[in-house]
Write a protein that binds this ligand. Structure first.
Ligand code: NAI
Length: 251
C-alpha cells in the first residue's frame, strides 16, 4: 500500500532547508497541500517553487517558532488557504553553542531552549485545536538521538531534545482518544546545512565514525520514517519516539 496524503494539509516548520525541505517535498509528492514554514523565506520560497514545478500544492509562510502568536497565525493561514489542518512536522531547530555546561553561554542556552523546545510547544499548542476541528490528525516532532543520550558540549540541545520527547508522550496521552497521533523522530547525524555549515570535513568524518554503519544519514532517510509515521499505515503508533540513526544509540 502506497502512502497517500491526498486531501490532507500539512505544516512543516523549518521546511526551507535540510530535513524539513525533504519532508516537504515528499509530503507534496504524496498528495498533501504543504505549508512550508520557515524564518528563512528564500529557502521556503525555493522549496515551494520546486513543489509547484512538480505539480504539487504548497505555500510558504514566514515564521519564527519562538513567537507563539506567529504559530497561531501559521495554523490560521493553513486553514484559510486549504480548509483545515491534518498533519504537522515540527522540525525547525538550531544547533547552538558548543561548550561544557560550566562555561555555557547563558544567552545561548536560552536561545536553544526557545527554538528547539518552546518552539515545538508553540506549534503543537495551536495545531491540536485545528486537528480536533478537522476530526483528527498526526504530528511528528523532530527530536534527535540527543533526545535519548547525551553529547558533550551540547547540554542545551540535549536538554531541549529530551524535552521534546517527553512533551510528545504527554501530548499523545491527552489526545489519543480523539484521533490525534503524536510521535517523535530521533535522527542520528544527518547531512544537512545544520552540520555542513558549522563543521569541516575532518569533523564530519569524525561524526560519521560514531555511527556503527560508518556514515552519517541522509534527509531522505529521516523523511521516509517521518512520512510513514504521519500516514494511516502507522495508525497504532502513538506517543512513541523512533530513532533513525545507523545504530548510534544501540551502542
Ligand atoms: P537545517 O539548518 O538544514 O534546517 C533547519 C531550518 O529551520 C532552517 O531552514 C532554518 O531557517 C529553520 N529555523 C531555524 N530556527 C527557526 C525558527 N526560530 N523559526 C522558524 N524556522 C527556523 O537543519 P536540519 O539538519 O534539517 O535540522 C532539522 C531538525 O532536525 C532540527 O530540529 C534539528 O535539531 C534536527 N536534527 C538534525 C540533525 C542533523 O544532524 N542535521 C540530527 C538530529 C536532529
Amino acid at each position: 500500500m502506497d502512502i497517500s496524503f491526498t486531501n490532507k494539509t500539512a505544516i512543516v516548520t523549518g521546511g526551507g532547508s535540510g530535513i524539513g525541505e525533504t519532508v516537504s517535498l515528499e509530503l507534496a509528492a504524496s498528495g498533501a497541500n504543504v505549508i512550508v514554514a520557515d524564518m528563512d523565506t528564500s529557502g521556503a520560497d525555493k522549496v515551494v517553487k520546486t513543489i509547484r514545478q512538480k505539480g504539487g500544492n504548497a505555500e510558504s509562510f514566514e515564521i519564527d517558532v519562538t513567537d507563539a502568536s506567529a504559530c497561531e497565525a501559521m495554523v490560521a493561514f493553513a486553514i484559510k488557504t486549504y480548509g483545515g489542518l491534518h498533519l504537522a512536522v515540527n522540525n525547525a531547530g538550531i544547533g547552538g553553542p558548543a561548550a561544557p555546561i560550566g562555561e555555557y553561554p547563558v544567552d545561548g542556552w536560552e536561545k536553544v531552549i526557545s527554538v528547539n523546545l518552546n518552539g515545538v510547544f508553540n506549534c503543537v499548542r495551536y495545531q491540536i485545536p485545528a486537528m480536533l476541528e478537522a476530526g483528527g490528525g498526526a504530528i511528528v516532532n523532530m527530536a534527535s538521538i540527543l533526545g535519548t543520550v547525551g553529547f558533550a558540549n551540547s547540554s542545551a540541545y540535549t536538554a531541549a531534545k529530551h524535552g521534546v520527547v517527553g512533551m510528545t508522550k504527554a501530548a499523545a496521552l491527552e489526545y489519543a482518544a480523539r484521533n490525534i497521533r503524536i510521535n517523535a523522530v530521533g535522527p542520528g547525524f544527518i547531512d544537512t546545512p545544520l552540520l555542513s555549515a558549522n563543521l569541516d570535513q575532518a569533523a564530519l568524518d569524525g561524526l560519521a565514525s560514531l555511527h556503527p554503519v560508518g556514515r552519517i544519514g541522509t534527509p531522505e532517510e529521516v523523511s521516509a520514517l517521518t512520512c510513514f509515521l504521519l500516514s494511516d499505515r502507522a495508525s497504532f503508533i502513538n506517543g512513541s519516539y523512533h530513532r533513525v540513526d545507523g545504530a548510534y544509540t544501540a551502542q
